[in-house]
Ligand binder design. Structure first.
Ligand code: BGC
Length: 713
C-alpha cells in the first residue's frame, strides 16, 4: 500500500477521523438511532462516529466483522478501522492480575500469558491491547496498583519487556504501553490526582519501564490522565515531543486516555476545547480517545495558521503505518474468527497456562507449621469466607466470566476426591462489613474439621480504576471471622485475595498460615488447591511492600537513607509503632528453605566499561523441591547526589530439588550503576558500592560486600 498516495487523496476531515477513536457502543447503536449516554456528553456526532479511524471495547469477533464491513462500505478511502481493547490480564482466559505477575519474578511465565491473551484477542478481532501498564507504584491506596507490576524499576522494566514480547510476538497484535507518565504516583493515592516530582526521581524510578517497552518495540503509547509537574500529559510538549519523540526516538502512535484531551479544561489548563486540541497536537499526540477536540477544532486552527497540516499528516501517517503493518489493508477482518474464538478461548492449554501463572505468583507470607495440608490425611475440610465460592478474576477482566472459572471451593473439592469439603460463607464481602452474624456457623463448622481454609481479603471490584481506598485493612467482619475460627481450629490457613498491598498488622498474629493469592483469575481455585495441599510449592516474592499502617505510606524499599536511621529520640522513627514495614519487597516463604552463601566477587575493583561477576551458592536445605528468587541489591555508597538505601539490580528464579545446590552468577556492568546524575545524564560515578544477595528481600547491613568502581583503564 502506498501510504503517501493514500494520504494525498484524503481531505482534512478524513485525516482527522483517523485521529479519532470512538467507543464500540457508539458503533453498535442502530443506524437510525441517535447517539445517547456518555457519547452524547462528549458531543460526538453520528458523522464523527461513522468516519472514526479506530474503536475500543468490542464484544466479539462476529460483531467486529459486521462493524468493519459497514465501515468499509461507508469509508470513501476504504481505510479499515483499528479495534482496540483493554486486554490487561487475559481476553477470555483470565490469568492473574499484573501485580501478581510481578510477584512471579518469572518473565517466561509472563510472556507466555501475554502470548496466550494475544492469541485469543486475535481471533476475537482485536488488533491493539491497551497493555502493558507499567506505572510504578508506591502507594497501595491507589486502586490501580493491581494493573502494575509493583514498586521496583528494575523488575518493572523486565516485566514490561516480557509483556510486549508476549503480546506482539505473533505480529498480529500491537501492544500499547501506558500511562505516560508517572500516573502511579497519584497524590494521596487518589485516582486522577496530580503528580509532582523532580526530574531526577522521574528519570531514575518512573520512566525506565516505559522506555524498556519502547526499546522492546511496543507499537503504541498512551499518555496519562494526570498533571505532571503542572502540565497534563495529553498536552505536555516537554514529555511527549521533547523527551519521548526527540530524546528517545519514539516515532509510533501516541494515544490519549479516555476523554483526556477535553479533561485538560477541567484540570484548569485549557479554557476551550480548541486550546486542548492545539496543545495536544503541538505535543505530537496522535489519536484522541472519545472526545472530539481535534475533529471540531483543528480545521479552524489550520485556517488561523497556528497548526500546520503537516502536523496532522505526520500523526495520520503513524496511524496508517500501524494499519499497514498489522496487515489490515489486505485483510480488513484480519484474523477475527467467531469459530476459532469459540474453540481457542478457555481451551485446556490456556487454562493450564493461567493455572500455572497463578501458582507461580501466589506468595506464602506466613506459615507456622500449618501448610501444606496433607491431602491423604484430611477427612473433613472447611472452606470458609466471603470469597470461598467466588472466582476472583481481578478487575479489567475483559471478556472473562466468573461462571467460566474455578473458585477456591471448587478447586479444593476437585483435588480432594476422598475428603468431605464443606462450605460456610462466614460474612459478606463489603469493604466495611461489620455484621458478624454468620461467624457462629463458620466456627461450628471449623470445629468439626481437620483443616480450615478462610478465603478473605478484598473483592476484585475494590481495586482498579477509580478504586482508591483510604484504609487498607480487612473488614471488621472478616477480622472477627479469622480470629474466632482460628481460636477453635489451629489448623487454619488464610487465603488472601487482593489487588494491592493491604495492612494486616491487626490480624497477622491471629493467623497461623497466610497465602497471598492476589486476584488469580479463571484458574485461581485450582492453583490455590494445589498450593495449599503441597502439589506445588511457593516461589513468588512481593513486588510491593506491605506497610504496617496506612501512616507509613509511601512504603517502598528503595528509598533514600536517613542521617538518623535509628529508632529512638531524635531518630527517624514513629513514636507510636515500629518503623519496619510488615512485609518487605522481595519477601516470600516456601515449603522448603534455601541457604545463600556469602557473595564472592571476581574482583573487588571494576573499571568503567568493564564488568565483574558476583556469585553465590544457593542450596535447598529443606525436604521439598521448589523455586526461589535469588536477588541482587546494590547501593552506591557515596555519590554527587544521595543514592537509595539499596536497589534491585538483578534476580534469578531458580528451581532446586531437595538437597540440591546451584551456583548463581550475576554480572555487574557499568550500566547497572548508572543514575540521573548532577550532570543531567545517566552515568555511573567512581567510588565505593555495597552489594547484597538474598532470596527473601531481607538485607542485613553487615552482610554487604564492597567493591570499587574506577575510571576507564
Ligand atoms: C483507562 C485506560 C484504559 C482506557 C480505555 C481509561 O479510563 O485509564 O487505562 O485503557 O480507559 O478503556
Amino acid at each position: 500500500m502506498d501510504l503517501k498516495k493514500l494520504l494525498s487523496k484524503m481531505t482534512l476531515e478524513q485525516k482527522l477521523a483517523q485521529l479519532t477513536q470512538v467507543n464500540a457502543n457508539c458503533l453498535t447503536v442502530g443506524a437510525s438511532e441517535d447517539i445517547t449516554g456518555p457519547e452524547q456528553e462528549v458531543s460526538l456526532t453520528k458523522a464523527d462516529v461513522a468516519s472514526a479511524g479506530s474503536t475500543l471495547n468490542f464484544e466479539n469477533a462476529a460483531e467486529g466483522i459486521r462493524v468493519q464491513k459497514e465501515h468499509l462500505e461507508l469509508d470513501p478511502n476504504k481505510i479499515p478501522l483499528l479495534f482496540m481493547h483493554d486486554v490487561i490480564h487475559g481476553y477470555k482466559t483470565i490469568y492473574p492480575i499484573p501485580l501478581a505477575l510481578g510477584a512471579s519474578f518469572d518473565t517466561d511465565t509472563v510472556e507466555e500469558c501475554c502470548a496466550m491473551a494475544s492469541e485469543e484477542m486475535t481471533v476475537g478481532g482485536v488488533h491493539v491491547t491497551f497493555a502493558p501498564m507499567v506505572d510504578l507504584v508506591r502507594d497501595p491506596r491507589w486502586g490501580r496498583c493491581m494493573e502494575t507490576t509493583g514498586e521496583d524499576p528494575y523488575l518493572n522494566c523486565d516485566m514490561a519487556r516480557a509483556m510486549v514480547r508476549g503480546f506482539q510476538k505473533s505480529g498480529k497484535v500491537a501492544a500499547c504501553v501506558k500511562h505516560f507518565a508517572a500516573y502511579g504516583q497519584s497524590e494521596s493515592g487518589l485516582d486522577y490526582s496530580a503528580t509532582d516530582m523532580s526530574e531526577r526521581t522521574l528519570r531514575d524510578f518512573y520512566l525506565p519501564a516505559y522506555k524498556a517497552a519502547i526499546d522492546e518495540g511496543v507499537e503504541m503509547l498512551m499518555t496519562s490522565f494526570n498533571i505532571l509537574n503542572g502540565v497534563p500529559s495529553s498536552g505536555n510538549k516537554w514529555l511527549v515531543k521533547n523527551l519521548l519523540r526527540d530524546e528517545w526516538g519514539y516515532d509510533k502512535i501516541v494515544i490519549s486516555d479516555y476523554n483526556a484531551f477535553r479533561e485538560m479544561k477541567a484540570l484548569g489548563f485549557c479554557e476551550t476545547e480548541k486550546e486542548c486540541a492545539k496543545l495536544a497536537i503541538d505535543a505530537t499526540s496522535d489519536i484522541e480517545m472519545m472526545s472530539p477536540c481535534y475533529l471540531q477544532n483543528i480545521p479552524q486552527l489550520i485556517n488561523e495558521g497556528v497548526v500546520s497540516e503537516e502536523q496532522i499528516d505526520e500523526a495520520v501517517m503513524r496511524v496508517l503505518r500501524l494499519k499497514e503493518k498489522l496487515g489490515l489493508f489486505e485483510k480488513p477482518y484480519l484474523y477475527a474468527d467467531p469459530k476459532a474464538e469459540e474453540e481457542i478461548c478457555l481451551c485446556e492449554k490456556h487454562r493450564d497456562i493461567a493455572r500455572r501463572a497463578a501458582e507461580k505468583s501466589a506468595v506464602l507470607l506466613k506459615n507456622d507449621n500449618v501448610l501444606p495440608f496433607n491431602k491423604n490425611a484430611v477427612k473433613r475440610v472447611a472452606v470458609i469466607g466471603p470469597f470461598a465460592d467466588r472466582v476472583m478474576l481481578g478487575n479489567w477482566l475483559c471478556h472473562g466470566k466468573e461462571s467460566e472459572g474455578i473458585s477456591a471451593l471448587t478447586g479444593i473439592k476437585g483435588l480432594l476426591k476422598n475428603a468431605e469439603v464443606l462450605y460456610s460463607k462466614g460474612c459478606l464481602e463489603g469493604v466495611n462489613e461489620s455484621d458478624c452474624s454468620l461467624v457462629e456457623e463458620a466456627k461450628a463448622l471449623a470445629k468439626e474439621c481437620d483443616a480450615v481454609i478462610i478465603c478473605a481479603g478484598e473483592d476484585y471490584k475494590m481495586s482498579g480504576e477509580s478504586m482508591s481506598r483510604a484504609e487498607l485493612r480487612l473488614s471488621p467482619a472478616q477480622k472477627t471471622l479469622i480470629r474466632e475460627v482460628g481460636k477453635v481450629n489451629k489448623n487454619t490457613a488464610v487465603v488472601l485475595f487482593s489487588g494491592r498491598a493491604l495492612v494486616l498488622t491487626d490480624i497477622i498474629d491471629d493467623i497461623n498460615a497466610l497465602v497471598l493469592a492476589w486476584q488469580p483469575g479463571t484458574e485461581g481455585g485450582n492453583a490455590i488447591a494445589n498450593l495449599l495441599f503441597g502439589e506445588v510449592n511457593f516461589g513468588a516474592k512481593l513486588p510491593m511492600t506491605f506497610p504496617r499502617s496506612e501512616g507509613q505510606i509511601p512504603a517502598y524499599y528503595n528509598c533514600y537513607r536517613s542521617s538518623r536511621p535509628y529508632e529512638g529520640p531524635y531518630g527517624c522513627w514513629y513514636i507510636d509503632m515500629p518503623k519496619a514495614r510488615l512485609f518487605e519487597f522481595g519477601y516470600g516463604l516456601s515449603y522448603t528453605s534455601f541457604e545463600v552463601s556469602a557473595p564472592e566477587l571476581s574482583s573487588l575493583t571494576m573499571n568503567k566499561g568493564e564488568s565483574i561477576e558476583v556469585s553465590v551458592n544457593v542450596k535447598n536445605v529443606g525436604k521439598m523441591a521448589g523455586e526461589t528468587v535469588v536477588q541482587l541489591y546494590i547501593r552506591d555508597d557515596f555519590a554527587s547526589l544521595a543514592r537509595p538505601n539499596r536497589e534491585l539490580k538483578g534476580y534469578k528464579k531458580i528451581f532446586l530439588n531437595a538437597g540440591e545446590a546451584q551456583r548463581v552468577i550475576f554480572t555487574i556492568s557499568e550500566e547497572q550503576l548508572k543514575f540521573w546524575s548532577i550532570n543531567n545524564k545517566f552515568e555511573a560515578e567512581e567510588g565505593s558500592f555495597t552489594l547484597w544477595v538474598n532470596e527473601n528481600g531481607i538485607v542485613n547491613e553487615t552482610d554487604g560486600v564492597k567493591f570499587n568502581l574506577l575510571s576507564k583503564k
